[in-house]
Design a protein around this ligand. Structure first.
Ligand code: ARG
Length: 257
C-alpha cells in the first residue's frame, strides 16, 4: 500500500514536470525573468565561455539592466535570424546581439534607446592596399548572413553579386579569410578589432571606408511590447546613471571606441 502511494506520488511529480515543460511559455516566462536571445559568436559583445556560459559586453549589460529593474535574466544562444523569429513567436522577450537599429527591422520589432555606436569595417590581409569597399570589386567578401554587413556589401555590389559569401556565424568567415578562401570580411567595427587582435596584430589590416554609415545598437522586443520596452529603457537609463554601463564599457573597450 505504502509502496503504491509512493509510486503514485513519483508519477505525479514526473507528470507535472512534463506538463509544465510542455506547457511552454507561461511556465518558462515567469513574470520576473527576462528571456534574452543572442547569437553568441560575436566577441566582444557576446561569446560562449568554455563552460557554455554566455558573456561579453551585451551579456553583462543586460544582466546589469535586469538587476536595475529587479528582474532575472536568462540568455539563450541561437542563430542571428532566429532571434527575430523568436521575438515574433514570443519565445524570447528581448534580442540583445549587437543588433543595429534599422528601418527595415523596425517593421517587426521595437528598439530601446541606442546603447552603442558602430559601423562596418573591412578586414583584409596585410598585403592588400584597398581603401574602400568599392575596390573589392571582383573579390570574395565574407559577411554574416542577415546582418548589416551583408546589407552594406549588397548595397555596393548588388544582391546577386557572386563574390559575397554569407556565413551563419562571423567566426567562420574570419576563419576562411585566415586560410585564404576570402579576400575580405565586412563586419562590425569592434568585432573586427577584436578578431584582428586574436589573429595576431600585423597579419591583417583594418580598413575604414568613410562612406559607410554610422550604426547604432538597440535591444529589440516584439513590436508593440511596450511593457518590456519601458522596463529595458528604464534599466538602461539607470545603469548609465549609476556608473554600471561605464564600468562594463571600460572592461571591454578601455577608453577608446
Ligand atoms: N550589427 C549587425 C547587425 O545588426 C551585426 C550583428 C550580429 N550580431 C551577432 N550577435 N552575431 O546586423
Amino acid at each position: 500500500m505504502r509502496k503504491k502511494g509512493m509510486l503514485f506520488a513519483a508519477l505525479a511529480v514526473i507528470l507535472s514536470g512534463l506538463l509544465t515543460g510542455c506547457g511552454g511559455q507561461s511556465q518558462t516566462k515567469a513574470d520576473n525573468v527576462i528571456q534574452v536571445g543572442t547569437n553568441a559568436e560575436f566577441p566582444p559583445f557576446e561569446f560562449q565561455e568554455g563552460n557554455g556560459e554566455i558573456s561579453g559586453f551585451d551579456a553583462e549589460l543586460i544582466h546589469a539592466i535586469g538587476k536595475a529593474v529587479g528582474m532575472e535574466v536568462q540568455i539563450t544562444h541561437m542563430g542571428f535570424d532566429a532571434i527575430f523569429e523568436g521575438l515574433s513567436r514570443d519565445k524570447v522577450d528581448v534580442g540583445v546581439a549587437a543588433i543595429t537599429i534599422t528601418d527595415d527591422r523596425k517593421q517587426t520589432v521595437d528598439f530601446t534607446t541606442p546603447y552603442f555606436d558602430a559601423k562596418q569595417y573591412i578586414l583584409v590581409p596585410k598585403n592588400s592596399n584597398i581603401k574602400t569597399l568599392n575596390e573589392l570589386k571582383g573579390k570574395k567578401i565574407g559577411v554574416q548572413a542577415a546582418t548589416t554587413g551583408e546589407a552594406v556589401v549588397q548595397g555596393v555590389f548588388g544582391k546577386t553579386y557572386e563574390g559575397i559569401k554569407a556565413y551563419d556565424e562571423t567566426p567562420s568567415a574570419i576563419n576562411d579569410l585566415q586560410i585564404g578562401r576570402l579576400d575580405a570580411v565586412v563586419v562590425d567595427s569592434a568585432v573586427v578589432v577584436e578578431f584582428n587582435k586574436k589573429l595576431g596584430e600585423g597579419k591583417f589590416n583594418i580598413v575604414e571606408d568613410t562612406s559607410l554609415p554610422v550604426e547604432q545598437y538597440g535591444m529589440a522586443v516584439k513590436k508593440g511590447n511596450k511593457d518590456m520596452l519601458n522596463k529595458l529603457n528604464e534599466g538602461l537609463k539607470k545603469v548609465k546613471e549609476n556608473g554600471e554601463y561605464d564600468k562594463i564599457y571600460q572592461k571591454y573597450f578601455g577608453d577608446h571606441k
